[in-house]
Design a protein around this ligand. Structure first.
Ligand SMILES: *Cc1c(COP(=O)(O)O)cnc(C)c1O
Length: 357
């Protein structure tokens, strides 16, 4: 077998499929996974689809010590006519490479991994749920596996793709969240790793999330790490505001994650001739817009929720209720349109969806 040829080892012990109305996010995994190895002298080699199972790693594996790891998150949707659709998966693999580069990890051949990903989904197609709002969540990730405590990039890596059927994010209907303006902790700073999907960005946010949650909020609104003044993101989502008919989202400034949902929303708004700008926006400007009754809607965007309307914003001295705490008209229209394209309910004039067959 050539080193780049995909090997497939079928599982002989298939698991029962779960009820999708009772799925907790990311707790159930399918029967197979994609794996590929990297060695400094061989590059990426031995792509394979094998039964899903625990892996063995040396305790000195560099991932455990200095955090060389990157990940992606995307979904496969089942359309009404039973096709299986991915949403802009090329963008995820491009971003995986940008993340890897930031963490001094080797980049992948996007075409080769895309083929492996599609073969894996095809093999696991019965795991793609069909009820409204459900999907098969796809988690590609790479870890440094060299057994060494030296503080230096690992010389070996493992790329894996695992799959998890997920229930509807909005099982009780689309629901606005309340978010807390974080004034103590920082998610990322320019020059740091905020633009990469890498583990440390998330574990460093848990404390802020716990504090927000303790105060009755669903998510954290991250401000810039230097002045604690400019709005960056919300939880693991990008953020948008509709102010006086214009949609504003923080510009990609070197610490914000370049979301694929964010990009798609901007493209849809431009197409609809709704003014949309990417620029710096301060929390004070937002409060002022609210005080002058110009703040019309706010929502987060990301693969998990697609659109998450924001009903309430809690700062240390301010409480802001947006659109009476209801889902805004534009938020709803964007949600319906994007999920419509993703699930094949609406025509995809952008070529965003990729059918797995
Ligand atoms: C993944 C992620 C997003 C959203 O990106 P999508 O490509 O839209 O899923 C936004 N912010 C952070 C920090 C993220 O990790």
């Amino acid at each position: 077998m050539r080193d780049n040829e995909l090997e497939i080892v079928q599982s002989t012990n298939k698991k029962p499929k779960p009820q999708t109305d009772q799925l907790a996010f990311g707790k159930t995994f399918t029967d197979h996974m994609f794996v590929m190895d990297y060695a400094a002298d061989k590059g990426w080699h031995h792509p394979r689809i094998v039964p899903y199972e625990p892996i063995t790693l040396d305790p000195a594996s560099m991932i455990f010590h200095y955090g060389q790891t990157v990940f992606e998150g995307l979904k496969a949707y089942r359309s009404k006519d039973n096709r299986i659709l991915l949403f802009r998966p090329d963008k995820n693999l491009q971003r995986l490479n940008l993340s890897s580069d930031r963490l001094s990890m080797p980049t992948i051949d996007e075409t080769l991994v895309m083929n492996g990903l599609k073969r894996l989904i095809h093999l696991e197609q019965d795991w793609v749920p069909s009820s409204e709002g459900t999907s098969l969540y796809i988690r590609p990730f790479i870890i440094g596996t060299e057994a060494s405590l030296a503080v230096a990039p690992s010389q070996s890596y493992k790329l894996m793709i695992i799959l998890s059927p997920v229930g509807s994010y909005y099982s009780k209907g689309i629901r606005p969240v309340s978010i807390s303006v974080e004034s103590q902790f920082t998610r990322a700073v320019k020059g740091g790793t905020g633009t990469a999907k890498t583990a440390g960005n998330y574990s460093s946010g848990y404390k802020a999330h716990a504090k927000a949650s303790h105060e009755g909020n669903d998510e954290v609104l991250w401000l810039d790490g230097v002045e604690k003044k400019y709005i960056e993101e919300v939880g693991s989502m990008n953020i948008f505001f509709k102010i006086n008919g214009e949609v504003v989202t923080p510009a990609l400034n070197g610490s914000i994650l370049d979301g694929i949902t964010r990009r798609s929303i901007i493209e849809l708004l431009e197409e609809w001739d709704i003014p949309v700008v990417e620029r710096r926006i301060s929390i004070d400007e937002l409060y002022q817009a609210y005080d002058e009754c110009r703040l019309e809607e706010a929502f987060g965007t990301g693969t998990a929720a697609v659109i998450s309307p924001i009903g309430e914003l809690n700062g240390s001295e301010r409480k802001v209720i947006i659109n009476d705490g209801q889902t805004g008209e534009l938020s709803k229209k964007l949600y319906d349109t994007l999920t419509g394209i993703q699930t094949g309910r609406l025509e995809d004039s952008h070529g965003w969806t990729v059918e797995v067959k």
